[in-house]
Every structure is written in C-alpha cells, then in structure tokens.
Design a protein around this ligand. Sequence first.
Ligand SMILES: Cc1cc2nc3c(=O)[nH]c(=O)nc-3n(C[C@H](O)[C@H](O)[C@H](O)COP(=O)(O)OP(=O)(O)OC[C@H]3O[C@@H](n4cnc5c(N)ncnc54)[C@H](O)[C@@H]3O)c2cc1C
Length: 291
Amino acid sequence: MQVPAPFTYERAHDVDGAVGLLERHGPEARLIAGGHSLLPMMKLRLARPETLVDINDLHDLDYIRLDGGEIALGALTRHAGGLGSGLLAEHYPIFAEAERVIADPLVRNRGTVGGSLCQADPAEDLSAVFAALHGRAVIRSSSGSRSVDMREFHVGPYETAVGPGEMLVELRVPVRTRSGSAYEKVERRAGDWAVAAAGAFVQLDDGVVAGVGIGMSAVGARHFTCPPAEEILAGQEPTAERIAAAARTCAEHCEPTADQRGPVDYKRHLTGVLVRRALSRAVAAAQGGVA
Ligand SMILES: Cc1cc2nc3c(=O)[nH]c(=O)nc-3n(C[C@H](O)[C@H](O)[C@H](O)COP(=O)(O)OP(=O)(O)OC[C@H]3O[C@@H](n4cnc5c(N)ncnc54)[C@H](O)[C@@H]3O)c2cc1C
C-alpha cells in the first residue's frame, strides 16, 4: 500500500488564517482543497509537503455570483457547483461543457476549481476555459490581494504564479453580451484526461468579431492559448475560411508530446479539428443572440 511521507496537519477557518499558516510553516507547507490531485501525489511520494493546511472549512470561498459586471467564482467552488450553475450556463456554456467531461461525479463533487488551476496539470481542462474567456485570478497573501491575468497564471507544467505564503481565492470573468462559447474534448474513455481539448469564446458586434478567445489543453499550447490564431478573427467577419485558418494556426503553434494517448501528428491534427468545431459553435451561438 502506498502511504504519504509524514506531515503535520493544520485546519484553517478563514483566508487570513490559511495564509497565516502558510507563512508560519514556510515553503514546505501546502494547501489541501479536494485532495484529488495532491493526495495521490503524496502517496506516490511525488509531493512531500511537511505541513498540510486544510481549507475545506472556508465555505465563504464556495460561490458563483455576479459582481460589478463580472462573474466571480470562489476558489473552493467544487466542479459540481460549476457544472450546475445557472449563472454560468446563461452566460458561458463553455463551463458546463468542460465540467461535464472532467473526471467522474466522485471527483467533481470534491475537486475544486482552485485546486485544479493550482495543480496546473498540462491536460487540465479549466485552464483552457479561463484562457479562452480572458479570466483573471485573485491571489491573497498576508500583505493583501493581487490580480493575475489567467494567461500569465501558469508559468509551466505544475507551476503557477501563486507564490509561497499565497493562496488563490477567486477567479473573475467579464460578462459580455452577444457572445457565444463552446468546449470540445476528445478522451480515450469517459472521465479520462484529454487527448486534446479546445475551448472558444466569441463576441460579435454588428457581425464582426469584437472579442475572441481560444483555449487549448493537453497539447503543449503556451499559456493554454494561441494569440496569433485569435488575431486572424479579431475585427473580422467570422467566416468559415477565417475559422479554418485560425484552427490551422493553433495546430501549427501547439507542441504536443507523444504518449499513450497518441503520436504528435495525430494530436496536432485533432487540435485543429477541435478548435474549428469550438469556434464554429461559439460563433453560431453569438449569432443566435446568446448573451
Ligand atoms: C481520476 C481523476 C480523473 C481526473 N480527470 C480530470 C480531467 O479529465 N480533467 C481535469 O481538468 N481534471 C481532472 N482531474 C483533476 C481534478 O479536476 C481534481 O479535482 C483537481 O486536479 C484538483 O482539485 P482539488 O481541489 O482536489 O485540489 P487538491 O488536490 O487539494 O490540490 C491540488 C494542488 O493545488 C493546491 N491548491 C489547492 N487549492 C489551492 C488554492 N486555493 N490556492 C493555492 N493552491 C491551492 C494544492 O496545494 C495542491 O498543490 C482528475 C482527477 C482524478 C482523481
């Protein structure tokens, strides 16, 4: 049986308490939220935190609400909460489409949005969603809050902008009218990590693309996105030809690795197909007047 290395356990009761415990215990302390990523890594001794700071009592961080023209999600929102949110479904169907294909109900009931993003697995789905939506992350420490563009949140595989003594507390996404969004993922079997995945957001103004975001997962896309592909569509009519050109650009710019889920050429091709499908559906939804 695999067991973790010894560690000290602390339980935080509010955000100040959590960041205070992180500061007191130093860089070898780790927060634990749903535990679905951290505990398996500890059992395999891939992670050996000296202290675990449990944040499951921070119920104040479990919310999805409208706030000043933005949708705000608390870091402790469970995947199931994101999947069931009427507010997200109304404004950004991409969320439910991504959440529906993340793992299984057991993981979704316990795993958190914040834990997923902070784990920063290169095949994690919500990173692509937040990249497509141009979201922001709010990070707290004992010296206050700072806001980080989600396109700068991931600094590498399993590495984020959250530093020692800091905690991700909230994700924010602007509400936009006349927009559409969609998520496409290919997995080997239900509940598996992506072979490749793509999300898209499009906002139209008088038939022209006023806002666009493309997110990709599992294919080595820098910051889970591809700005040169977005530039093909920005300020233009979203014709089938431009969508196809943007999808081709994504396929060219991503850097997948060969593994048990498939060879590089297959993943590159799949990326192009999924980006094209996601963009086409996002455009159709925006044309249909989906807010
Ligand atoms: C069988 C299985 C299949 C899965 N399939 C998928 C999939 O298809 N797609 C997908 O995207 N994910 C998948 N996952 C991952 C799943 O989404 C996990 O819930 C998620 O990776 C971690 O969330 P958690 O709350 O359990 O985080 P934890 O395991 O508690 O923490 C993960 C990391 O984040 C840190 N952390 C947690 N919260 C914070 C915070 N607020 N601030 C700073 N650091 C924090 C922890 O210290 C730790 O380093 C799968 C997981 C399993 C077990």
